[in-house]
Design a protein around this ligand. Structure first.
Ligand SMILES: Cc1cc2nc3c(=O)[nH]c(=O)nc-3n(C[C@H](O)[C@H](O)[C@H](O)COP(=O)(O)O)c2cc1C
Length: 254
């Protein structure tokens, strides 16, 4: 009888232990449900994980591990912006659907992001201004640069990047891709260890894979979900764009 009682106690204890362990495991591996509970730290972790998952297939395991958010990082207070930089490329002159503009579509969005986050800005400006101010001529030069895999140079004055751990990077979509001058920037500058966040302005193509292409160019970085803004909205409906920018920023934890 005593032996039977002991066996019963053992079985009940084992089941209880298994249940507790299973419950802990499901909490750790279910960031979505944590986020649904409104836990901001878990939400950031979940976004970071899904950004890592969306990296290209050739991203290796080591890169994924490097992009996980550590517990220390998760407990950081919301940034005052001093560690954030907004890098952008943008053109004035004749642009698609908006006529001749004196402030570029992407520049408008970049400045909004900087205002909302308190970030510094840096504009990528071609070293020799070989880009025409008329739309058709600009598309021809851009197509040639894309086909030739050109890496056009840009002016100096890049701020000390060691000061920043988050870099928003924006540009107009050119032929379904980043303008080649942005690839020059990705190649030249030391962006290691930084969280990168892409944004585009466009005439219908949306983000055009900016996030995936940025991940390919900077495979060791964490790349968060990007924002795509219609160029016409940037010029003509700033209130809408401001709302889109703020809700995107809060969605990615900024
Ligand atoms: C060379 C060139 C190529 C473009 N290619 C595309 C494209 O593939 N898809 C798209 O939606 N818009 C395209 N556009 C439109 C621009 O992305 C859009 O007008 C953008 O908002 C311009 O931004 P900016 O004023 O900051 O330069 C292109 C524009 C130019 C000049």
């Amino acid at each position: 009888m005593r032996a039977l009682t002991n066996r019963l106690v053992f079985i009940i204890t084992s089941f209880t232990l298994c249940f507790i362990l299973a419950a802990c495991g499901s909490t750790a591996s279910s960031p979505v449900s944590s986020a649904a509970e409104g836990d901001r730290d878990s939400m950031i972790e979940s976004i970071t994980e899904s950004a890592s998952e969306s990296k290209s297939d050739n991203t290796d395991k080591q890169n994924d591990t490097a992009s996980l958010v550590s517990e220390d990082e998760q407990s950081k207070p919301i940034s005052d912006g001093t560690n954030i930089l907004v890098v952008y490329f943008s053109r004035t002159g004749e642009q698609y659907g908006v006529g001749v503009i004196d402030e570029g579509n992407t520049a408008i969005v970049a400045k909004m992001i900087a205002e909302e986050t308190g970030a510094d800005t840096f504009e990528v400006i071609p070293a020799d201004d070989h880009y025409p101010m008329t739309y058709d001529a600009l598309t021809e030069i851009a197509k040639k640069e894309l086909n030739e895999n050109a890496l056009p140079g840009y002016r100096g004055g890049v701020p000390d990047l060691t000061k920043y751990d988050t870099v928003f990077i924006g540009a107009p979509v050119w032929w379904g891709d980043w303008p080649m001058i942005m690839y020059t920037f990705f190649e030249n500058e030391d962006l290691s260890g930084k969280t990168l966040i892409p944004f585009s302005t466009h005439a219908g193509s949306g983000l055009s894979g900016f996030d995936r292409k940025l991940s390919n160019a900077c495979p060791d970085n964490t790349v968060l979900d990007g924002l795509a803004v219609a160029g016409t909205d940037a010029q003509n409906d700033r209130e809408k764009v401001r709302n889109d920018v703020t809700s995107w920023l809060s969605g990615i934890g900024y």
